[in-house]
Design a protein around this ligand. Structure first.
Ligand code: ADQ
Length: 465
């Protein structure tokens, strides 16, 4: 198998602490050789393109520092203030600034220039996520004729929303430099095709195949999974057991509802708190028998909309607790920190309900982790937003519209009352897919598609600078 060159905004090679994606990519890089390239997360006064090489747990990594202006315009700007909100259907939060678009282009050119000498002729190159949409095009301009794939980890927005981005058509066209473009779900893929058909001069030549200037691009719906078996084992580990006991004993017989999310407006945390409040109000007889633990470590603190959601959630949790708490019970435990994965696994296992209600999510791995961590003899119930990519793979979860406090309240009541028989049946159907389509399945499926050459060699795309 060819060597793999993975390119992503941040590099997190190594072991289990970083989550399934890092584990899977690291395993592939260890097995076939290759390198993982990206931004170091560090700022330098002037961009030099100096590469910092490292080897972490047998995986070669190469990182580069960026200038302050790059970080502001490319990372905090275009990636997190333009594309992230727009692709999560939040055009009310998206900021369209020419300087952001310019910084994004510049940073991608700098990445391409820097990674270029690391790519060998037989390598397959795999670019990850929305930070780096035009990177493939930049590599082609510099003469790279290798197979190059791109995977989008977030949703693809509907055509009419994407059209609000001033440079939408040009940005989407840069994707035609790739050989394979991967999405989590058919829904995101269809939205992409919709835009291509309506706005761009490309031919649809077969199911999920596009032709543009003599080059064939294959589209793939390929849902990412978790390192499911390892996560199952983790849920039975000593550390998980300790976390489980600690949480259970603090509940004194109450049922735990757990939410675990980066603190992000796409995760629907305010709506979740309001849905839970509705449940407390509508169910006075059972309300004191539950506790909601929301674990939400802050992210992207340099972006204003993230500061706003943080303070708004604190206000909401305070108000709900103030209105409902008693001498021996507080309805919401709101925790703003990250935990090691084995501790999280124990917390998931201790929870009767996993409440995963993003307003929009490319996939959502917490839903899969919650399911993998359950005790097969006494599994909890997953309540899942119908707007998470994961919903297409988990029809046996209790599905809710996260905007509806009533639906959320009803689902919590139903989950608490669910018989052990029904819980087991639903869990069995769900966990099977979590185990089968795990993160290695995702990696291999994408890689197979990337290595499958549909286009003849003379059709390999080269774009003149
Ligand atoms: P994210 O938006 O970050 O990922 P998600 O898929 O839920 O969302 O993954 C979050 C990961 O962070 C999970 O593995 C979770 O365990 C971990 N995590 C969250 N809170 C934590 C805490 N307090 N402590 C420790 N770990 C915590 C993006 C897209 C998703 C897509 C993934 C992968 O937005 O839709 O599923 O990429 O493609």
């Amino acid at each position: 198998m060819s060597r793999l060159v993975v390119i992503s905004n941040r590099v997190s090679a190594g072991g289990g602490a970083q989550g399934g994606l890092a584990v899977a990519l690291s395993a592939a890089l260890r097995a076939n050789g290759g390198i993982w390239f990206g931004w170091s997360g560090e700022v330098t006064e002037q961009f030099t393109g100096h590469i910092n090489f490292q080897r972490t747990d047998g995986v070669a990594t190469a990182t580069v520092d960026l200038e302050e202006q790059d970080v502001e315009e490319y990372y905090n700007g275009y990636a997190n203030r333009t594309l992230w909100p727009l692709f999560h259907y939040r055009i009310d939060l998206a900021e369209y600034e020419r300087s952001f678009a310019g910084g994004y282009e510049r940073a991608n050119q700098r990445f391409a220039e820097t990674v270029l000498p690391l790519i060998e002729p037989e390598d397959v190159v795999w670019v990850q996520d929305y930070h780096m949409i035009p990177l493939g095009r930049e590599l082609r301009k510099r003469g790279i004729a290798n197979r190059i794939g791109f995977f989008l980890h977030i949703p693809w927005p509907p055509r009419r929303l994407l059209a609000t981005l001033p440079e939408a058509a040009a940005l989407v066209e840069t994707l035609f430099a790739y050989d394979v473009i991967g999405f989590h779900t058919q829904e995101w893929l269809d939205s992409f095709l919709d835009f291509v058909k309506a706005e761009l001069d490309a031919e649809i030549v077969g199911e999920n195949l596009i032709r543009w200037q003599g080059h064939t691009i294959r589209l793939l719906a390929c849902p990412i999974g978790i390192d499911a078996r390892a996560f199952e084992d983790m849920a039975r580990s000593q550390k998980a057991r300790r976390a489980y006991e600690k949480v259970r004993s603090s509940l004194v017989g109450r049922s735990l509802i757990v939410g675990v999310d980066r603190l992000d407006y796409s995760k629907g945390l305010e709506e979740r708190f309001l849905g839970y409040e509705r449940f407390l109000e509508e169910n006075p007889e059972v309300r004191k028998s539950v506790v909601l633990m929301q674990i939400a470590p802050p992210s992207r603190g340099a972006v204003e909309s993230y500061q706003r959601i943080r303070s708004s959630l604190e206000g909401l949790a305070g108000r709900i607790n103030g209105a409902h708490a008693g001498l021996d019970w507080v309805p919401i435990r709101y925790v703003n920190q990250g935990y090691p994965r084995d501790v999280l696994a124990g917390v998931y296992r201790a929870a009767r309900i996993g409440l995963v209600t993003p307003l929009r999510d490319g996939m959502n791995l917490v839903a899969k982790e919650y399911v993998a961590a359950q005790d097969p003899e006494d599994p909890g119930v997953l309540i899942l937003s119908r707007f998470a990519g994961a919903a297409s793979q988990m029809p046996q979860a209790l599905m809710v519209n996260p905007y509806s406090a009533e639906e959320m309240s009803d689902a919590i009541r139903r989950a608490l009352a669910m018989s052990i028989h029904e819980r087991k049946e639903r869990w069995k159907a769900t966990v099977q897919d979590v185990l089968e389509r795990d993160v290695m399945w995702w990696l291999e499926t994408f890689r197979d598609a990337l290595e499958q050459k549909e286009s003849a060699p003379e059709e390999i795309l080269t774009i003149k600078a």
